[in-house]
Design a protein around this ligand. Structure first.
Ligand SMILES: Nc1nc2c(c(=O)[nH]1)N[C@H]1C(S)=C(S)[C@@H](COP(=O)(O)OP(=O)(O)OC[C@H]3O[C@@H](n4cnc5c(=O)[nH]c(N)nc54)[C@H](O)[C@@H]3O)O[C@H]1N2
Ligand SMILES: Nc1nc2c(c(=O)[nH]1)N[C@H]1C(S)=C(S)[C@@H](COP(=O)(O)OP(=O)(O)OC[C@H]3O[C@@H](n4cnc5c(=O)[nH]c(N)nc54)[C@H](O)[C@@H]3O)O[C@H]1N2
Ligand code: SF4
Ligand SMILES: [Mo]
Length: 661
């Protein structure tokens, strides 16, 4: 038997899945996935029947022996013990009742592990209570704010329109690991002769999607984009039809001309030939006069000036005539919920106060009054936030912490109550993608193991048990409301049958160069800061003592801290983490690779194994993200809390480190 579902892992794919169920239930002993097999839905226009290793691993992951299948409550002995749902939910409700008149002492943190219409249930509950919540983003905040500053709101051409590009520039999107299906589109484009230029510090696995490469200094994108814009300006190549659609053109022009080309190139370690190459791509020579589409990864905005980098890349797309045209555009990202009506949770109330995610440990430590109740769902902040050890201590210091989880993560193991949630393929949901305009319906194709429950029912279970209960809508009502959006013309029944639907969005964003700002114009950046590294020096370590940038790039078989095959973890965790450096990395000559090697920052030190990777920027160390603090493998034990220039993002990649024996 087959059932349609969808993958709600934090990935642009939002893949439509076909779940193949066995005729007879197999024991996990006979088959790690209980006989269930996952494949892609070939009818889905964007994901085209292709699923990644993590999607295929979902079937085994849900039956992992590490899965939490019963509520856990911390006992007098300090350990977590199985409890009934009644006990666990009543305990949570009584703690909330005691704080009902001081909602600022309640903090709700929702992460990126699960999203959708029903997933809003915890937001609804805690908004109704007026509890405190997070501010900023660990993910895409700087780039989002940059796109909002430029366009008025983040948007880009429909993903299908990428097929009309005559040339492509990829600013660090990891097409092999993070965006499989975008990678397929780029691969098809190359087969048609569309040339692709990749710009990154290297180590991105994009060789199979690349015709030409520029190796850039980490965090240097804004200077390379600025140098290319400067050429457009000195060549008088920006026609009035374009400059007239911008705000602040003359000031912007004067600002750029105040820097020399050589100065800008030196600031990003690029050569004149590199700049010639980029200009060829952006000025429609690479694509024989056709438009160039630009892909922006989210890596380039994980720096102190990350917002500024995105703004200069966007400005280059605009001023080179590639904005607002089919086959062109700047693809950064969209809000995955934008085509759904998710207002039910937002309308419920306003937060008493907010806590900055990039500095969560510090903000918790100085919170006055202190946080007394913490609720975490779909989030592993103790591992995924900067300065993870400090956050671990801050969470331990809170009187009462509840974590809704499927595994004993670094966050869950510090909870007083752990509530076991259903996972992908077990729970019903509707959600969108941060890249394409298709929404997905995920059917509950498999039974929930043990006593696990849908996140929606968990939040509702607490709400019902409060002394003054909070009324919850029915699930079906929430799903139907989600589809009552001006961008959708699909009924719940139709969506359930097909598994997906496409939102009505223009194929080309910003057609006619009309933007979402009240003045309708494109807003050019007001400043170009040359001081990125100087600002970092105090917190992220001085380049003299710590000469290498730590880039914590994604691993193919993890989504953030979630590994697709948990059974593999013990074996993987026995060996030191492997880090990669360029063969010409300045740290190598002084290292004795036959002795233990440590990766060190002012925040910590970690035993590592060193591998060389040709093509990497010499002042870069790559470490995969996802490893757990409990296994001594979290890169965030080394990373300082730093905020990006815009959008309150986390500037993970600004961190400086060194290698030592
Ligand atoms: N397999 C897998 N897939 C994932 C995830 C995962 O954990 N595993 N996570 C998902 C999530 S939450 C996200 S946010 C996305 C992120 O997906 P991406 O945006 O593709 O990747 P990031 O890891 O954020 O950024 C790393 C990329 O940026 C490049 N880079 C780093 N610094 C710079 C720079 O200064 N300039 C330029 N031009 N490039 C730079 C690196 O070479 C690398 O290609 O992926 C999603 N998909
Ligand atoms: N050093 C470094 N750290 C980073 C980054 C980096 O580049 N470098 N990138 C950052 C980025 S891009 C992101 S998006 C964040 C992500 O950080 P998180 O949002 O913490 O992402 P995950 O590690 O995937 O943790 C999500 C948790 O949700 C749980 N979960 C899965 N499904 C469900 C469900 O249905 N219900 C509930 N309640 N829980 C569920 C999973 O078991 C998992 O433990 O990490 C950031 N951390
Ligand atoms: S992780 Fe991403 S690519 Fe893999 S199955 Fe899920 S949505 Fe698709
Ligand atoms: Mo992310």
């Amino acid at each position: 038997m087959q059932r349609l579902s969808a993958c709600s892992l934090d990935c642009h794919g939002a893949c439509s899945l076909v779940v193949h169920l066995p005729d007879e239930e197999m024991s996990v002993h006979d088959h790690p996935a209980g006989g269930v097999r996952v494949s892609g839905n070939p009818d889905h226009p964007f994901t085209r029947g292709v699923v990644c290793v993590k999607g295929r691993g979902l079937a085994a992951r849900r039956l992992s022996p590490d899965r939490i299948t019963t509520p856990l409550v911390r006992g007098a002995d300090g350990e977590l013990h199985p409890a009934t749902w009644d006990e666990a939910l009543a305990l949570c409700a009584s703690k909330l009742d005691a704080l009902r008149d001081t909602p600022e002492a309640i903090l709700h943190l929702r992460g990126f592990g699960y999203r959708g219409a029903l997933a809003e249930a915890s937001n609804y509950l805690f908004n109704s209570l007026g509890a405190a919540r997070k501010r900023g983003s660990l993910c895409d905040g700087a780039g989002d704010a940059a796109c909002e500053a430029d366009f008025g709101t983040p948007d880009h051409n429909d993903s299908d329109d990428l097929a009309n590009a005559a040339a492509i520039v990829n600013w660090g999107k990891d097409l092999a690991r993070s965006s499989l299906h975008l990678g397929l589109m780029v691969r098809d484009a190359r087969k048609r002769g569309v040339p692709v230029l990749t710009i990154s510090p290297g180590g991105d696995d994009n060789d199979a999607f690349t015709d030409a490469r520029i190796r850039i200094r980490p965090g240097g994108d804004r200077f390379l984009a600025a140098a290319a814009i400067r050429r457009l300006l000195t060549d008088d190549a920006v026609p009035p039809a374009i400059s007239g659609r911008t705000r602040g053109f003359e000031q912007f022009r004067a600002m750029l001309l105040a820097h020399s080309e050589a100065e800008l190139l030196a600031a990003c370690d690029a050569t004149t030939e590199d700049l010639d190459t980029l200009c060829r791509w952006m000025r429609r020579q690479a694509g024989n006069g056709g438009p160039t589409a630009s892909l922006l990864g989210w890596g380039l905005q994980r720096y102190l000036r990350g917002g500024e980098s995105v703004r200069f890349v966007n400005a280059l797309v605009m001023l080179s005539g590639n904005m607002g045209v089919s086959g062109g555009g700047a693809y950064y990202g969209i809000s995955s919920g934008r085509s759904l009506d998710l207002s039910w949770s937002k309308k419920a109330g306003t937060p008493a106060r907010t806590f900055l995610l990039s500095h969560l440990a510090q903000e918790l430590a100085r919170a006055d009054p202190p946080v007394r109740f913490l609720w975490v769902d779909a989030f592993n902040p103790v591992n995924q936030s900067p300065d993870a050890p400090a956050l671990a201590r801050a969470v331990e210091a809170i009187d009462f912490t509840v974590v809704v989880e499927a595994f004993l993560t670094d966050t869950a193991r510090r909870a007083d109550v752990v509530l076991p949630c259903a996972l992908v393929m077990e729970r019903e949901e509707i959600f969108g993608s941060a890249y394409h305009n298709y929404i997905a319906y995920a059917a509950p194709a498999c039974p929930m193991p043990g006593q696990v429950r849908h996140d929606f029912d968990i939040a509702r279970g607490v709400a019902e048990r409060l002394a003054r209960p909070i009324p919850f809508p029915e699930r079906e009502e929430v799903l139907r409301q989600a589809l009552r959006s001006p961008y959708l013309e699909v009924s719940l029944e139709e969506l359930k049958t097909a598994g997906w639907a496409k939102a009505k969005r223009p194929s080309v964003a910003w057609e006619g160069l009309r933007f979402a700002h009240p003045d309708g114009l494109y807003h050019l950046p007001e400043a170009l800061h040359l001081d990125g590294t100087a600002v970092a020096a105090s917190d992220a370590a001085s380049p003299a003592d710590y000469p290498l940038h730590l880039l914590t790039l994604l691993a193919p078989d993890y989504v953030n801290s979630q590994v697709s095959l948990p059974a593999r973890q013990p074996a993987d965790n026995a060996a030191p983490v492997t880090v990669q450096v360029a063969p010409e990395c300045p740290a190598l000559p002084a290292l004795d690779l036959d002795r233990p090697v440590f990766l060190a920052s002012p925040h910590g030190r970690m035993l590592v194994q060193v591998q060389t990777l040709p093509g990497l920027h010499p002042r870069t160390v790559i470490m995969p993200r996802g490893g757990w603090l409990a296994h001594g493998r979290s890169p965030n034990a080394l990373i300082a809390p730093l905020s990006t220039d815009m959008g309150d993002g986390a500037a993970y990649y600004e961190q400086r480190v060194r290698l030592e024996n």
